[in-house]
Write a protein that binds this ligand. Structure first.
Ligand code: ACO
Length: 325
């Protein structure tokens, strides 16, 4: 039996030049490097320059992903961009990326699922490809969370950073088994009842301002490991694969303790867990593709490797994707 598969052809990452270390942050807010490292594993974050927007980060990551894939932007049918920090309320930031890349046909739109955004965007792209509505899709996760942080709130401002990552998915054919290259399964969830645990206290319709991020950290932590573990098991159950089949676990990079806790709960050996949160903090929708690209840049990613992507974020939203590279 033949099956349409969304095959990853390449990826690209971009982090703004300016690095802010924990020590530098400790000069502005009442915190210490020791507290941040012990509670989160974060050592530094990248912060966008004043004139650098989410679209700029996304454009650079996209160019690198297209280069890596050997694809001309004019061959793209669709851009799906995950971001919770768009340049403007509208139009979609994806359309700015589209124009900058010189893509003059097809469609471009944003997806909003906060930290789970990239996994949601991969699922959207995969469904467009499987429905024969697109063949070549650019999936982007890009954020400037520094713009929605309350820099006087030490409980949140130490946790986040700016960045972007992108991946090219292209229509391929497999035999319908888990040996196929491409996206094998996606599982998405949300529960709007948990909105107050992680949200932004503003928006165009409510306050006519962008607002600031607010979070009940402990509650988020409590839900994270359970939700993530469950959605990972859904992906394994749907495919008949085992934890031992996973070559690389590429989680949303929120907090090293959440990553370690999840790996332990699902029984995944530490050497297959990709950790980059120390280098760029929580970059929301950008964190999964940033971790993916880090793996590739370090020459660890081989064709045929089985990747388990997962994320959880505001909403709550959470999801997983199994992809054979
Ligand atoms: N520096 C120093 N002290 C701090 C800081 C700081 N930056 N922030 C809080 N504290 C203090 C608190 O005031 C508190 O002091 P008190 O005991 O005198 O009241 C103490 O540290 C402990 O605070 P807690 O909030 O209980 O600390 P906790 O161990 O829960 O760690 C943290 C906080 C890191 C936010 C943790 O709850 C967490 O990681 N939660 C998950 C949040 C997350 O990752 N969100 C990202 C989005 S969702 C996602 O991506 C999965």
């Amino acid at each position: 039996m033949t099956a349409v598969r969304s095959v990853p052809l390449g990826c690209g990452a971009y982090l703004p030049e300016r690095i802010v270390t924990n020590e530098e942050l400790a000069k502005k807010v009442d915190t210490t490097d020791e507290w941040i490292v012990a509670r989160t594993g974060i050592k530094q974050r990248h912060i966008a320059a004043d004139d650098e927007l989410t679209s700029d980060l996304g454009i650079e990551a996209s160019r690198r992903a297209l280069d890596d894939a050997g694809m001309d932007p004019r061959d793209l049918d669709l851009i799906v961009m995950a971001t919770a920090t768009p340049d403007d309320t509208f139009p979609a930031t994806a359309t700015k990326v589209q124009a900058a890349l010189g893509m003059t046909r097809g469609a471009a739109f944003d997806v909003q699922a906060v930290c789970s955004g990239f996994v949601f965007a991969v699922s959207v792209a995969d469904n467009f490809i499987k429905a024969a509505q697109a063949e070549n899709v650019l999936v982007i996760g890009a954020e400037t969370f520094s713009r929605i942080l309350d820099w006087e709130d030490r409980t949140t401002c130490v946790l986040f950073g700016d960045g972007a990552g992108a991946m090219v998915l292209s229509k391929g054919e497999g035999d319908g088994t888990t040996a196929d290259r491409g996206v094998l399964t996606n599982h998405l969830h949300s529960d709007g009842r948990l909105r107050d645990m992680l949200y932004v206290d503003g928006g165009p319709s409510s306050t006519q301002t962008a607002g600031f991020l607010r979070m009940q950290g402990r509650e988020v932590f409590r839900h994270a490991v359970d939700n993530i573990s469950e959605v990972i098991h859904e992906a394994l159950d749907a495919t008949g694969l085992q934890i031992s089949d996973i070559d690389w676990f590429i989680p949303h990079q929120a907090n090293k303790r959440i990553l370690d806790g999840t790996a332990k709960k699902i029984g995944l050996p530490a050497d297959r867990l990709v950790v980059t949160v120390d280098k760029h903090a929580n970059t929301s929708a950008a964190s999964v593709p940033l971790a993916l690209c880090d793996l590739k840049e370090n020459n660890k990613l081989k064709q045929g490797d089985l990747l388990l992507l997962e994320a959880m974020g505001g909403g709550f939203t959470w999801g997983s994707s199994l992809i054979r590279w």
